[in-house]
Design a protein around this ligand. Structure first.
Ligand SMILES: *Cc1c(COP(=O)(O)O)cnc(C)c1O
Length: 428
């Protein structure tokens, strides 16, 4: 539907909710309260809400542990030894991959390092890394320490891409031009899939092709893209990627990360890697012998045995994703975010208090809108919170709002708009 059909009215929002095939999924989640009222939760970009089913999933494993003890590793319906396999179908679908290209393990920052061990092999001729300027701090520290670990100078090795003066988002043509410009010196492009600050989705396919054309690898941090933006990692030819599951995947605070390693590296025991017993050939693992033989595919990057309780919570949410269907989620997401954009423009339009920096084109964004607030500052944001709006503030003046298609409604967006309208009357 085109934006022109949107209306700033409660009845319109109610009508949209009534027609929403995903409307009942909202009831599967716990909503926190502020001032005794359920919040308008637009913070799934930071921590997704808790599915009500998580307790049952955890309880099942606690019961297995209580009743089976160590035997739980090999007996029972879902023997822990193979527990990692359960999440593969959903993860593969969400990131657009084959099941053997993905595995859930560790945490995101850890996995970034492990993948760089394999895909950043600098030489004096080819040692540069391209990243967007203002990348998430953990990613910046990771890159800096990786470069130093190999004996190079981060100032020379790390090439940061900045938007043109007066612009907030990177142009694909400029990214490609810089990749070509670095040419033979470029070892790897390691960017966000969806930039956490601006909400921009990068053209991962074009970036990957450009990186390959100069002989470099392309890897993406999908923390904000996974479960949010359409991903086709396998077909795009992306070399490696990693993500966390506690943002749009609703797996719980600090919960397990996932990795993608393209099929072309599925049988490459020669690739450098930091190994552990869980990445070793499953059939021979308990021979406890010397000589690491990596498992086929992404599994070969595992180090430690699976965190069963973490994976149980993860699975509760993945099952909901599969039930809702990622295509349906995306369809609703585009409409919901466009509605939010429409209302913000209606209300703030003339005053210029709010400026949306996230791309207008739905193909270049997920559900999040990032707003620059030009007057009133954090006081406006704090006032929203008192009215039950949970968003996210980033210094110096960015507000991020992420209506998620799984548990947010059009009425949430409308109710936020009313609060916005009142607050701007006060602060504008
Ligand atoms: C959320 C986020 C992280 C967090 O890393 P953890 O290892 O999960 O603490 C890292 N990078 C990006 C881009 C993020 O958005």
């Amino acid at each position: 539907m085109s934006k022109l059909n949107y209306e700033f009215s409660e009845s319109f929002a109610q009508k949209m909710d009534a027609e929403d095939p995903l409307k009942d999924f909202r009831n599967r989640f716990h909503f926190p309260k502020v001032n005794d009222r359920e919040v308008i939760y637009f913070c799934g970009n930071s921590l997704g809400l808790q599915p009500k089913s998580v307790r049952d999933y955890l309880d099942r494993e606690l019961t297995n542990w209580a009743e089976l003890g160590v035997d739980g590793h090999f007996h029972g319906e879902d023997a822990w030894y193979h527990i990692r396999k359960k999440s593969k179908p959903a993860l593969a679908e969400i990131v657009g991959a084959h099941e053997h290209e993905v595995v859930a393990m560790n945490n995101l920052s850890v996995n970034l390092h492990l993948l760089m061990v394999s895909f950043y092999q600098p030489t004096p001729d080819r040692f540069k890394i391209i990243v967007e300027a203002g990348a998430f701090p953990s990613d910046q520290y990771m890159l800096e320490s990786q470069v130093k670990f190999h004996g190079y100078d981060p100032v020379e090795a790390i090439v940061e891409l900045k938007p043109r003066p007066g612009e907030h988002i990177l142009r694909t043509e400029d990214i490609i031009a810089e990749i070509k410009n670095q040419g033979n010196q470029l070892a790897v492009v390691n960017m966000a899939g969806l930039q956490y600050y601006s909400g921009q989705v990068f053209d991962m396919k074009a970036i990957t092709e450009a990186a390959h054309s100069v002989g470099a690898y392309a890897g993406f941090d999908l923390a904000h893209a996974v479960g949010n933006a359409p991903l086709v990692l396998h077909d795009w030819g992306v070399d490696f990627a990693t993500w966390c599951s506690y943002k749009y995947l609703n797996s719980g605070p600090g919960n397990v990360s996932g990795i993608f390693v393209h099929e072309k590296y599925a049988e490459r025991p020669d690739l450098p890697r930091f190994a552990g017993w869980w990445g070793h050939d499953e059939g021979q693992r308990f021979l406890m012998e010397k000589g690491f033989i990596p498992m086929f595919g992404a599994d070969g990057w595992q180090l430690a045995n699976s965190n069963v309780l973490a994976l149980a919570a993860h699975q509760a949410s993945l099952d909901i994703f599969q039930e809702a269907g990622i295509k349906n989620l995306r369809e609703k997401s585009e409409k919901l975010t466009s509605y939010l954009e429409f209302l913000i423009e209606e209300i703030s339009g003339e005053s210029g208090v709010l400026e949306i920096i996230t791309p207008k084109n739905p193909a270049e964004r997920g559900c999040q809108l990032s707003l620059l607030i030009h007057r009133g500052g954090k006081a406006v944001f704090d006032e929203w919170y008192q009215h039950g709006v949970v968003g996210d503030w980033r210094n110096p003046n960015v507000i991020r709002l992420a209506p998620t298609p799984l548990y947010n409604s059009y009425l949430d967006v409308f109710r936020f708009a009313k609060i916005l309208e009142q607050s701007l009357e006060k602060f504008a």
